[in-house]
Ligand binder design. Sequence first.
Ligand SMILES: [Zn+2]
Length: 462
Amino acid sequence: MGYLLINGTIITVDRNRRIIRDGSLAIEGRDIVDIGPTEELLPRHSGKEVIDTQGGIIMPGLIDCHVHLAQALIRGSADDLPLADWLSKRVWVLQGNYTPYEGRVSAELCLLEMIKSGTTTFAETLLVSRYGCDGIAAAVLQSGMRGALAKTIMDASAYAAQEHTMYPGMLEDKEACLEEALALHQKWNGAGGGRLSIWLGPRPLGSSPPGLLREVAALARDKNMGIHIHFAEIREEVELLEHTFNKKPGLLLDELGLLGPRTLLVHSVWLSPEEMAVIRQRKTTIVHNPSSNAKGAYGFCPVPELLDLGVNVTLGCDGGPSNNTYDMLGEMKLAACLHKVNKLDPTTVPAEKVIEMATINGARALGLDQITGSLETGKRADVIILDCNKPHLVPNLNPVSTVVYAARGQDVDTVFIDGKLVMHRRRVMTMDEEAVLVEAKAAAANLLKKAGIDVRSGWPEY
Ligand SMILES: [Zn+2]
């Protein structure tokens, strides 16, 4: 019983970073049980269903450490805008009109896109109550993916005096947020044989008062939950925070107890050397979002410096209005290129580092490196196969280069998650693909009408 993937080039990302040509990988139940040359594995696993990769690349499933499931439905609704307008004129207004129906449809669209582009594990943050968190959690379980869902934690009263006030439909009371996060944790944490976990997603410093962040840090420690928070996204925000608190924002987060190995700091574009040192010391993960940082003109996250320091850096696609896709392979290429042009140095952030960021570093960030993030005997079978019989992937001289610089999400042919065949030859087995697309188109059109927002280009439409 089980599966035997044969005739592939295996990028293991194991301790020795082995690459196995003409390789084969055997799966039994949830686990990888054997890896090695095809000629050796074939006779050992004669009872297994054989999947011939025909010279494909076999690698660990990709790990997207920053996703907004609820934003797939508003893809392309807020392009070419400054962050304040992006949020207050488009994203918050649209999401403030969600019901659990839009929440579920958006999550399904996002999950489908992630599976079809090779993501097997993700971390989501800022789930608001009105999206219907139970429906979203159920959709994740049904999809077969591994995910960490973080409920938004905010204090509605903190927004009263702010300039770009959050859309009323998005506001939540502090007590209600904390209560719902705990209820979700109780109900869903560990569900799906451990595929699902529930985290805390506080709104960033400034939107969240320091007292609230201190409470979140204490709660996370108490319940052993992770924290997923946006940080140092744009320069003006960081300058304002430093002025308000008379301290570097990262140092303040540390004082509040928020930094630690179970915390994801997202974006983290504007970091001082002191903050980077503390992040390193606390073993906190930085989630790099090359597409949204570039498209929103936030700036360059100091990825080369963080990697030199030994900080755990991972990747995230962010959301539909900021990226605008959930394709990790696209994100990987941009991550590899962006810092080269910024530093005028083609040797910085090499392809090998980028594969680590998208696999084993992501697993470490989510506390899952014992079970996923690399292809090793005894780990769960979170495995993807790239079909390399395509002009843009031939001759595949160096598979690491092929993955980072030439492959696209659509090249992912087959996906296993937790030993389960979730996509085979581009067909997703856990979801009705056509129904998801039909429902998403109708729900998005209806949402725009409900919210009274026109997102068309300035060019005349006929
Ligand atoms: Zn985000």
